[in-house]
Structures are given as structure tokens and as C-alpha cells.
Design a protein around this ligand. Structure first.
Ligand code: 13P
Ligand code: 13P
Ligand code: MG
Ligand code: MG
Length: 368
């Protein structure tokens, strides 16, 4: 059986009219670059955008973290950045945080999700791309899809699925090296929940089937905030999920997105927002949001991709989107107040700190 690697590498390298969407020319530049320079290196590719982020999906046989694959994507983003600058796009090269490529785009700004798979006779998988939010946005949907029979009927109906899953969770506040923990579902679901509630700190990196040991999920964990030390945009995560047979069904993976959980992101990366499931190539609008997630389904054979199926392009999700818009309105009614804006520790701008520092000097201790 062929071993194939699926790689998603995603970056914001510039956008029309603010943080809305990349230009057509920008998308074409990245796409053409991958097609031309990827010849002989990759098997197939798909390039798309969600909000202002461009994601490159490639299939190849080089394994995860391969310098050649990473450099191909990095260089495609550099070529795109040139175009973005020439068009006067906003935030040209925004996510390319270092000037020289050093073997792996992890920690350099782009978001990465990769998986080497032992190809099954049929290989359905999902490509998730989110904008105006952070990697922890996938925590609740993953928890529910892999541990809760209210969303995953397979946990009751399929003996292989019922054997459960192993979660690998990263503490993203630890920036020196990767700090991870492995926890087993169902035995340790309360421990998993205790970590995953804290979306700014603990992020699901991967999930494995306990029936076969195979990897089911790979999600991006990079926090730009932690790399650059200052606000340079939200982290806008990507994720790969394999589905069917011993894994959850596609519909089970999608089921939790009906909840549209509140996630961090939205305007200036500093607010809470319902996570709205959207169609492919959706742009951003209201209050630089709301936070959005798209999901494309593919099958592949020896690395050759089918066309994508747009999973959130269905009348059911129109209804969910309407609900998410209503929730968004409820939250936006209170503007900067309380839960609408993120707590001080998560604020992506230093403006408030500077104001507090200035005001501190004007505070007086009242004499008795
Ligand atoms: P199949 O019987 O076609 O495999 O479908 C089962 C399933 O996964 C439905 O969710
Ligand atoms: P992005 O991270 O998607 O570029 O958004 C940044 C922002 O500040 C939106 O208001
Ligand atoms: Mg942007
Ligand atoms: Mg973005």
C-alpha cells in the first residue's frame, strides 16, 4: 500500500480592502508557482482561500516536515507577496515573519497541518480552513466528534470507532520546544475537557485511532502571537481529518459545527465570535468577521486528488449561518464590554496596556 503525505500550508500574504480576501491575481500566482515549481516533487495540489488566508494542499511522498515541500510553499508565498505589494494589497507578506527560510515553515508564520498515511482502498478526507480565529477553535468540535455519541453515532454503532481515540494536545504557551500530552478517550475525557476548555493555551495537535493506531487528525498549533511577540494577525488555523470506516463519518466530524461555539478572534483578533461554517472561498465582512470555518471534502488515490466537495454548501448550513449571525448580533450589541472583548492576557493589541500605564500615574491614593 502506498504511503502518501497530505500537507496543508497556509498563510495570509495580503488582502484586498483590509483583511477581507486575497486578489484573484494573488491566488493565481501562488497556484501557478506550485504547479510549475512543484513538478516532479508533488503529486497533486489544491489552492483556495478562506477569508484573507491562502491554503496550499499538496500530496506527495516526502513525509511531513520535508524541507523541499516547505520551501516550495514558502517560495510560492514569497512570489505571491511580490504581487501583493505590486497591487498595493493590505498586509502584504503578513504571515511571513522571518526573512530567510530555514528548512521548515513551522515557527516562521504560516500554519501547517500534515499527515503521512498508509492509503486505504478509499481515502476520504477533509480540509478545514478557518479565518479570524485561533487554533483552539477546533478544540470543541474535535472533542465532540471523537468522544460524544450525541455527535458521533459510530461510538455506539461501529465496534472499531468504539475502541476510542488518542488525543495529542499541545501546551502552546510553552514556546521553547513542543510540550505535549497524550490522553485516551473515553477513559480520560474529563482530563481532555479540562485542557481543551482553555483554547488559548491547549490545542489539539493530532488524534489517532486506538483500533488501528492510524492517525485521523492533524491540526495546526502555531500561535503567531508567540512567535512575533506582538500582534501580527490571528493564527487562522488549518486541519486535516480522515473519515469513514474505522474513523468517524464525514457527517459526524461536521456535526459539532452546528453549535457555532464562541471562539477568540474577530475584529483585531481581540473579540469573541461564534464560529460560522461557510462555503469555500468566502470572504470577510462585518466587524472583520465573524470567525469563519470552511471544510472541503476530497478523496485521493496514490496522491491524485478528486475535485473538492464543499461540505458547508448545503441548505442545512444556511440555517446554521443565520443562527450564527443572530448570535453575533447579540454579542456585538455589547461592543467592548465584558465577554465581547477578550481578556487582557489575550488582547492582541498593546493599546489598552499603554492607556492603563498612562492612567496609573493619574491614580491617587485617597487620604483618610
Ligand atoms: P456506508 O454504509 O455507505 O458506508 O455509510 C455509512 C456512513 O458512514 C453514513 O454515515
Ligand atoms: P487576519 O489575522 O485574518 O489578518 O486578521 C487580522 C485583523 O486584525 C482583523 O481585524
Ligand atoms: Mg490579514
Ligand atoms: Mg486571516
Amino acid at each position: 500500500m502506498a504511503k502518501i503525505t497530505l500537507s496543508i500550508i497556509k498563510a495570509d500574504i495580503g488582502s484586498i480592502g483590509g483583511h477581507i480576501k486575497p486578489s484573484q491575481k494573488l491566488l493565481e500566482t501562488v497556484s501557478n508557482y506550485i504547479k510549475e515549481k512543484g513538478r516532479g516533487l508533488i503529486i497533486d495540489s489544491y489552492i483556495g482561500h478562506t477569508g484573507d488566508d491562502i491554503a496550499i494542499l499538496t500530496t506527495h511522498k516526502k513525509g511531513p516536515s520535508n524541507p523541499k515541500i516547505h520551501k516550495l510553499c514558502w517560495d510560492a508565498f514569497l512570489a505571491g507577496t511580490k504581487i501583493a505589494k505590486s497591487q498595493g494589497l493590505y498586509g502584504a507578506g503578513q504571515d511571513l515573519l522571518v526573512s530567510a527560510f530555514s528548512g521548515n515553515v513551522k515557527g516562521m508564520g504560516p500554519q501547517v497541518a500534515e499527515m503521512e498515511i498508509e492509503e486505504r482502498p478509499a481515502e476520504p478526507f477533509l480540509m478545514f480552513m478557518a479565518d479570524k480565529t485561533e487554533p483552539g477553535a477546533f478544540n470543541l468540535p474535535l472533542y465532540l466528534a471523537f468522544t460524544d455519541p450525541m455527535h458521533n453515532a459510530g461510538l455506539i454503532l461501529s465496534p472499531k470507532v468504539k475502541e476510542g481515540f488518542k488525543f495529542v494536545i499541545m501546551d502552546v504557551s510553552y514556546t521553547k520546544v513542543d510540550k505535549i500530552i497524550e490522553l485516551k478517550a473515553p477513559e480520560e475525557i474529563y482530563d481532555i475537557a479540562a485542557l481543551l476548555r482553555d483554547t488559548g493555551r491547549f490545542v489539539v495537535e493530532s488524534i489517532f485511532s486506538r483500533a488501528s493506531g492510524e492517525q485521523v487528525v492533524s491540526a495546526s498549533t502555531t500561535r503567531l502571537h508567540n512567535i512575533a511577540g506582538k500582534y501580527v494577525g490571528k493564527d487562522d488555523p488549518v486541519m486535516l481529518v480522515r473519515t469513514q470506516k474505522d474513523f468517524p463519518a464525514t457527517g459526524e466530524i461536521l456535526s459539532p459545527y452546528t453549535i457555532t461555539p464562541l471562539v477568540a478572534g474577530f475584529m483585531r483578533g481581540s473579540h469573541n465570535s461564534p464560529l460560522m461554517p461557510v462555503k469555500k472561498n468566502t470572504s470577510i465582512s462585518f466587524f472583520d468577521g465573524p470567525a469563519i470555518v470552511s471544510c472541503l471534502a476530497f478523496c485521493e488515490k496514490e496522491g491524485k486528488l478528486t475535485e473538492s466537495a464543499d461540505t458547508f454548501d448545503h441548505p442545512y448550513w444556511d440555517y446554521v449561518r443565520e443562527q450564527a449571525a443572530q448570535e453575533t448580533q447579540e454579542l456585538r450589541r455589547q461592543g467592548f464590554f465584558g465577554a465581547a472583548m477578550l481578556p487582557m492576557s489575550e488582547l492582541e493589541y498593546t493599546g489598552v496596556m499603554e492607556t492603563l500605564k498612562e492612567l496609573e500615574e493619574r491614580f491617587k491614593i485617597r487620604k483618610k
